[in-house]
Each structure stands twice: as C-alpha cells, then as structure tokens.
Write a protein that binds this ligand. Sequence first.
Ligand code: S3P
Length: 434
Amino acid sequence: MLSITSSPVQALSGTAIVPADKSISHRSVIFGALADGVTEVTNVLTGEDVLSTVAAFRSMGVLIEGPDSGRLRISGAGKFGLQAPGNEVDLGNSGTSIRLLSGLLAGQRFHSRLTGDESLRRRPMGRVVDPLTAMGAVIQSSEGCPPLDIRRSKRLTGIEYQMPVASAQVKSALLLAGLYAEGETLIYESTPTRDHTERMLAGFSNGQWQAGSAIRINGDIALAGQCLEVPGDISSAAFLLVAATICPGSDLLLPGVGINPTRSAVLAILRLMGADIEISSERLESNEPVCDLRVRSASLRGIDIPADFVANAIDEFPVLAIAAAAASGVTRVRGARELRVKESDRIAAIVQGLGTLGIDAVEYLDGMDITGGAFGSGSVESFGDHRIAMAFAVAGCLSDGTVEIQEAGNIRTSFPNFLSLANSIGMNISESPG
Ligand code: S3P
C-alpha cells in the first residue's frame, strides 16, 4: 500500500478549498435515497467512504447519478422502496456507513449482510446491535464485530434509550430505525454529539421533524427530496489549520468550512493553545453553519484539554497531538477512550509515531500526555488510518529530516486530494517509491 514522505517546509500560504464534509455527505445520500422525489447534492465528498454508501444504495435499487464534479442526483426510492441487496454489502473502511445502515436496514422487510475491510471488521458493533435488538431487530454479528447479518424481523418498536457512549453514529442508527418503528423512539445523550442527522431530518421533512429538548422520532415522518450543498469538512481543515499554525510565517485562507457547534471544538482547543484563527462570513447553508477561516502561524502552549470538548473534537485528536508536540509544555487529554476504537487504536498509534520522531508522549487508557519538543525524522506506522497518516504528514513540515508514513492509502477515504492540496499551499509531500 502507498506510503508517503513529508519533508520540511517554509511558510504555508494561499487559499485551500478543503473537501466536503464526510458526515454530511453520507447523510445526504442516505436521506436522498429514502426521500420521495429527486435530491440534488452539490459538493459531495468523493472519498471512498462516501462512495461505499453510494454503492450500498445502488445495490438496493436506488438510482444515483454521479458523482460528477461533486454533484449527485439521487432518485429517491421512498421510505419503503429499498430492495434487498443481491450480495453482501461491503462498506470498506467506513464506520459511519455500517453503523447508520445497520439502523436503517434493521427496519426493512428483507435480509441483508454488511461487512467491510480488515479495520472495519475489528470495530465494535455491539453499541448499535444492542439497542436495535431492544427495538426488535434480529442482528447477528461476529463476536460484536462485522459482518452483520440483519434478518427480516417483525415491525420494530420504539424505545427510550440512554446512550452509554457519546456516538453520533449510534444516535443516527437509532433515528433511522425509529423511522420504521411503531411508536416513538426517544434518545438521551449525556454528551451531545454531532447533530447532522437531526438537521437533515428537519430539512428532508420540510420542518415536520423539529429538534426539541429530547431527540425523538416516530414512523409518521414523510421525507421529500431536497437540493443541498455540503460544506467543507472541518475535520479535514484541521490538518491545514495545524500545519499553518506550526510553520512560522504562514497565512492561509480556508473558505466554506462547516462550523456546526457540535463539530467545532477543534477551533476552541487550538485557540486555547494560542492559535491565531479568524472566523469570517458566517452563514447558514443547507441548514449547516459555514464560514471562512483564516489562520496565521502562532506559538502554541500545552493545555489540559477540557473534558467537555473531547466528544466534539474526537476526529481531530491525531492532528491536535501534532499541535501539542509543537507546543511548549505538556498537553493532557483524558476521557478519550473512544480513540481506541476508531479506524485504528489512535492513542497507541499517536504515541508510537510521536515516539519515533523523538517526542515524549505517554499513553493512558483514555488519553495521553504529550510534551512539546523538536520533531526528528523517521518512518511512522499509520496502521492504515487516514487521520493518523495525515497528522504525521503535518509533523513532517517541522521535521529535522523527513517523515515517512507507511500505509497511507486510506487518506483517499476522507481527503482524496490531500497531497495535491497540501502541496499547493507549500507542504512537501510525495508518494514514496515502491
Ligand atoms: C461520525 C461520528 C463519529 C466520528 C466519525 C463520523 C458520524 O463517530 O468519529 O468519523 O458521521 O456520525 P462516533 O459516532 O462513533 O463517535
């Protein structure tokens, strides 16, 4: 699999249009497929994860044209119009696809089987299987992991569910199952998670579904096709924000980035560390807050990351770790055990990679301590995890030699043009020979 090499650079500058939001892209395909009528999506992410969701719906008989220059035209099958997929549905590396689809498929009148790549087949599914089973679904897993066999069951019934983990994927799976259940499904979160599904439910139901003090859904909601535009992904922007912050003399503009309040704690964390990030032209597009970001280099200091920021910034910890390594003093994160069950065990991957580069990082069950220092050089394992790979590419900007990152091919799952975009603003990343 592709490995990449990131070499030291001077200041970063220019304008970078980051790829579309992955979470919102998945949901636009899902809701477009379930709606009555046509959904037109512009600026959809063409990363492999979203293409897995598109392929899954095609295998269930939904006509989806594109992506063509970031445009998808989805002829919605209607809530009850999906057909049984002929084969098992392979969702590649995509945790969002398998978890959201397990909720949706639990409510269908046909059998389906969901699987994925080696990394996905190691990821915990009990968190969706257990509450779906409580709704009456019949799902067999392989010791709590994919493949998932979703059997045709009698009609689901709504449940009241207190979420044991902070997970938008679980919440969304239950909301999708709740669309097919008899009675109401009520979900309580102790920590709020990204609310893209709720925003999309409001949009696709033309306001019939509304957010309230509790997250609730029932089967009466009708979904109608929409035109929507996906904002830039703040999780992808985070790599460039950190790179520009740590490379002296940088000044970078990132237009059109989503800053949904359930996703933007990365900005607050970086600012607490001393980053210079300016937000302008705040606007609402397709029911999601969007803005332009300008980042200039700044000296960072280590902080204790506030516990209530952790779930909101969960995907940004690989690159926040690089910011911490470039900061003065110690950065501590706790309450982040979820990092162990992402595309890789991100706590172990970060600590190991930083160690290779000569940075002092200590691993805890639910977090890590990182002491700022100078980046050395070396060859770092990404464990096939896109965000670990891109984070260490950012570290390469300040390396005393080069940073080689192994198994970086999965960058394609979320940020297909990472190399060309990063190089266009002054980074120096190349595909390693062989
Ligand atoms: C996502 C939710 C998060 C996040 C993932 C995308 C989503 O996972 O890490 O990259 O689109 O709902 P959890 O819900 O498991 O925290």
